[in-house]
Structures are given as structure tokens and as C-alpha cells.
Design a protein. Structure first.
Length: 94
């Protein structure tokens, strides 16, 4: 669960920095649960995290598409893509 805690900590920090409060709060809950080894919480609430991450991904993608922006917004998109793509393998390992 250590790798998972690191990933959700990063997601929490970047989400908070960019103003995505709900995703930051959900990520915080997952971070705390994973640090406590509470795999049941993580498994039970994982889909909520993925759903909110996908929601933010789509918002940021639309923002970049309209304004042709890069930088922090691109960073959060890449983080979310990595998170959603690779996280299930981390969860299954622990």
C-alpha cells in the first residue's frame, strides 16, 4: 500500500493546488486509509476516486482544448492519466 499512498498523495497535492477540492478530499481519504493499511476502504471507495479523477480529466482537457494552454493543467492531466492507467495494478498487488 506504500506505492498507492504515494500516488494518491501526489494526486491530492496537485488537485488541491489546482482547486479541485473534491478530488483532493477523496485522495486524502485514500492516502490516510492506505497509510493505515485499510485495503477494504480503498477497494470499497476506489471507483469514487476514479470517477472524480475522470471528471477532472475531462474538465481540464476541455480547458486546454479551448484555450490551448499547457503547464500545470497539462501536468494534472498526465498525473490523472498515469493514476487511472496504472493504479489498479498497485491496488491488486497489496
Amino acid at each position: 500500500m506504500v506505492n498507492y499512498a504515494i500516488l494518491v498523495h501526489s494526486l491530492k497535492s496537485d488537485s488541491k493546488y489546482l482547486g479541485f477540492s473534491k478530488l483532493a478530499a477523496i485522495s486524502f481519504d485514500h492516502e490516510m486509509a492506505s497509510k493505515e493499511g485499510d485495503i477494504e476502504f480503498v477497494a470499497e471507495h476506489y471507483q469514487e476516486l476514479v470517477t472524480e479523477a475522470n471528471k477532472i480529466y475531462n474538465i481540464v482537457k476541455e480547458y486546454i482544448h479551448k484555450d490551448h494552454l499547457i503547464g500545470n493543467a497539462l501536468k494534472v492531466i498526465l498525473l490523472i492519466v498515469i493514476f487511472v492507467s496504472f493504479l489498479p495494478s498497485f491496488v491488486l498487488c497489496y
